[in-house]
Design a protein around this ligand. Structure first.
Ligand code: SPV
Ligand code: MG
Length: 290
């Protein structure tokens, strides 16, 4: 079964799939071991990994390289965050071929103009595409995919842009009409009221996806109660967790003038060997290095 088919099957059998952000193969391996249903190849996380803001500065090639590396080390389905699709509908056609070949099971395309500005930053310039133009991008993605199970998820940034629920609902319905398999609805409000209200008002034929970064209290129990949200993406939690660990550890090493204290509080190198599958190398060595 292809990972895309598995993702669809998992969504059908559970009321909610949990998709963890990954910015590297190592973070993806850790997410798989922890029990997530899939991975989010996050634009925000990869940008932050390069020390850059999430503003269309990372190239498609950089993102694809990371996604391919992740696909090579995990079995989980990968939901690719392709931002605005790298241009117009023609760029989307090219991108879908590349992402499918790289091992993605789904893409999320957002209705902002290129270059985009990250959604949650205060005072961010949030410009949306004309609805007709974005419908063309969704239709191009749906027409281009080779695997019918590959999901095309349309993300509307209408709430992020402050255009209100009516505009968000209108855009979401238009994108479903263009062929979208799911709608990702995003909000930067510091509580889940906009998302809960949108979800209650949504009567469209496809399920919703959310990214509860600004409103972390919207846990699985509350999401399931809404009934039509089938995918929660934990965007930015991977890079924030990694940065937390490194920031604390690096500061302690400077403060302690050495690693004599921190070494007990971080993973032993043997655990890194395990994650690197060093045992496989050892057995290959004894078998083939004659
Ligand atoms: C990402 O993780 O890149 C996202 C989610 O798109 S957010 O940064 O909250 O917009
Ligand atoms: Mg993103």
């Amino acid at each position: 079964m292809s990972p895309a088919k598995r993702l669809r099957a998992r969504m059908a059998e559970t009321s909610l799939v949990h998709i963890m952000a990954a910015h590297s193969p190592l973070s993806a391996i850790l997410a798989e071991e922890a029990g997530f249903d899939g991975l989010w190849a996050s634009g925000f996380e990869l940008s932050a990994l390069y020390g850059l803001p999430d503003m269309s500065l990372i190239s498609m090639t950089q993102h694809l390289d990371m996604l391919r590396a992740i696909a090579g080390r995990t079995t989980l389905p990968i939901v690719a965050d392709i931002d605005t699709g790298y241009g117009n509908a023609i760029n989307v056609i090219h991108a879908i071929g590349e992402y499918e070949r790289a091992g993605a099971s789904a893409v999320v395309i957002e209705d902002k103009t290129f270059p985009k500005v990250t959604s949650l930053v205060a005072g961010g310039r949030q410009e949306l595409l004309r609805i007709e133009e974005f419908k063309g991008k969704i239709a191009a993605a749906v027409t281009t995919r080779q695997d019918p199970d590959f999901l095309v998820i349309a993300r509307t940034e209408a709430l992020i842009a402050g255009l209100g629920e009516t505009e968000a609902l209108q855009r979401a319905q238009a994108y479903v009409d263009a062929g979208a398999d799911m709608i990702l609805i995003h909000s930067k409000k510091r509580d889940p009221s906009e998302i809960e209200s949108f979800s209650r008002a949504w009567t469209g034929s496809v399920p919703l996806a959310i990214v509860p970064n600004a409103y972390p209290e919207l846990n699985a129990e509350r999401v399931k109660a809404l009934g039509n949200i089938r995918m929660t993406i934990y965007g930015n939690y991977g890079i924030r967790a990694a940065a937390t660990g490194m920031q604390e550890t690096f500061r302690r090493i400077i403060a302690d003038d050495g690693v004599q204290n921190v070494h007990k509080d971080i993973l032993p190198v043997e655990e890194i060997f395990r994650l690197q599958r060093m045992d496989e190398i050892k057995s290959a060595e004894s078998r083939f290095l004659c």
